[in-house]
Design a protein around this ligand. Structure first.
Ligand SMILES: NC(=O)c1ccc[n+]([C@@H]2O[C@H](COP(=O)([O-])OP(=O)(O)OC[C@H]3O[C@@H](n4cnc5c(N)ncnc54)[C@H](O)[C@@H]3O)[C@@H](O)[C@H]2O)c1
Length: 301
C-alpha cells in the first residue's frame, strides 16, 4: 500500500482521495481554505456512500493544514489545485523540496503541459501527469503523461498503482497540451460552438444530434475502431469532402467570450448555451451519475 498525498480538496481532489482510500491506501489531503479542508472528510464520506462504496474508508484519510505536513511521508503526491499555471508552478517548486526524494510528483491538470508545470523542479525524473476525469470515482480513465525528463520507470509505477485500484490507465508518450482525451473533446466542442455560431442549428439541436447518434456508440466503439468498421476507404472519402469545411479557429469563439463576459456561466448562473432551473440542474447531474453507474455495471470486465 502506498501513502498518497492529494493537494487541493475541491471537486477532483476529494474524489481522488475517495478512490485511493477505497483502494485501501493511506491518504493525506490539504487545501489552503480552512472551510474546504474541514469539510473534506464529510464530503468524501458522502461521495463514497452515494456510489455504494463503504464510507468507513474515510478513516484512512487525514487532512493537513500545510503542504509540508501533507506530503512529508508521501510515496505519491497528486496536485489537484486550480488550473492556473503560476499556481501549479509554485506548488511543484515547493513539492520538489518538501516531498521525499523518491516520491512521485503528479499533476491532475486538464490541459497544461507537465513540463511547463515542472519548470522550476530540479528532479524532473519523478514528475508526471495523471489526468483523471470527472467524476473520478465513476469514469475509469486516467491518462498518465510522460514529460521530457520523466523516468519511464515512474510511468510504469504509476500505471501499476492505478490499475490496482481499478482504473484504466493509459500511457501518453508526449507532453502535448490537452494530452489525448481533452484534445478530442475540445475538437468536438469547438465544432459544436461553431455550428451554433454559424446558425446551422441551435444549441439544443447540437446536443440532440450527439446524444442520439455517435454518442450512443462511443462507450463501446472508439473512433478508430469505427473507422475500421466502416472501412478506411469510406473514412478517406468522407474526410476528403468534409475536413476543409470544419472549424479550425485557434482561439475560443467571440460567442463564448461574450457569454463569459456577460455572466452567462452555465450552471453557475443558470444561463449558458441554455437556461437552467435548480431542479433541471439537479436532475441532469443525477441522470449523468446514474448513467455512468449503469455503464460501469454493464461494461465491467
Ligand atoms: N473539474 C473537472 O471536471 C476536472 C477534470 C479533470 C481534471 N481537472 C483538473 O483538476 C484540477 C482541479 O480541478 P477541480 O475541478 O477539482 O477544481 P476545484 O476548484 O473544485 O478545486 C481546487 C481546489 O484547490 C484548492 N486550492 C487553491 N489554491 C491551492 C493551493 N495553493 N494549494 C492547494 N490547493 C489549492 C481550492 O481551494 C480548491 O478546493 C484542475 O487542474 C482541473 O483542470 C478538473
Amino acid at each position: 500500500m502506498e501513502k498518497i498525498a492529494i493537494i487541493g480538496a475541491g471537486l477532483m481532489g476529494h474524489g481522488l482521495a475517495a478512490v485511493f482510500a477505497n483502494g485501501g491506501h493511506d491518504v493525506t489531503i490539504t487545501d489552503p481554505f480552512p472551510e474546504v479542508l474541514t469539510s473534506a472528510k464529510e464530503r468524501i464520506a458522502a461521495t463514497l456512500k452515494s456510489i455504494g462504496w463503504d464510507d468507513r474508508a474515510v478513516a484512512g484519510i487525514t487532512p493537513h493544514a500545510t503542504l509540508k505536513d501533507a506530503v512529508k511521508d508521501a510515496d505519491i503526491v497528486i496536485e489537484a489545485a486550480p488550473e492556473k499555471l503560476p499556481l501549479k508552478q509554485d506548488i511543484f517548486a515547493e513539492l520538489d523540496s518538501l516531498a521525499r526524494p523518491d516520491a512521485l510528483l503528479c499533476s491532475n491538470t486538464s490541459v497544461i503541459p507537465i513540463g511547463l508545470i515542472a519548470a522550476r523542479v530540479g528532479s524532473k525524473h519523478r514528475v508526471l501527469g495523471t489526468h483523471w476525469w470527472n467524476p473520478p470515482y465513476l469514469i475509469p480513465l486516467v491518462e498518465v503523461i510522460q514529460a521530457d525528463g520523466t523516468d519511464p520507470a515512474n510511468v510504469t509505477r504509476m500505471i501499476d498503482l492505478l490499475t490496482r485500484i481499478g482504473k484504466v490507465a493509459v500511457h501518453v508518450k508526449k507532453d502535448v497540451p490537452g494530452f489525448v482525451g481533452n484534445r478530442m473533446q475540445h475538437a468536438l466542442w469547438r465544432e459544436a460552438i461553431a455550428l451554433v455560431d454559424a446558425g446551422v442549428c441551435d444549441a439544443e439541436t447540437v446536443d440532440l444530434v450527439v446524444k442520439n447518434s455517435f454518442g450512443r456508440r462511443l462507450a463501446v466503439l472508439g473512433p478508430l475502431e469505427n473507422a475500421d468498421l466502416v472501412g478506411t476507404d469510406l473514412t478517406l472519402d468522407i474526410q476528403s469532402n468534409v475536413l476543409p469545411h470544419l472549424d479550425r479557429s485557434t482561439e475560443p469563439t467571440p460567442t463564448l467570450k461574450a457569454m463569459v463576459k456577460d455572466g452567462k456561466l452555465g450552471f453557475k448562473t443558470n444561463r449558458g448555451f441554455m437556461s437552467w432551473t435548480d431542479d433541471q440542474k439537479a436532475a441532469l447531474r443525477a441522470k449523468v451519475t446514474e448513467h455512468l453507474k449503469h455503464l460501469n455495471q454493464i461494461l465491467r470486465g
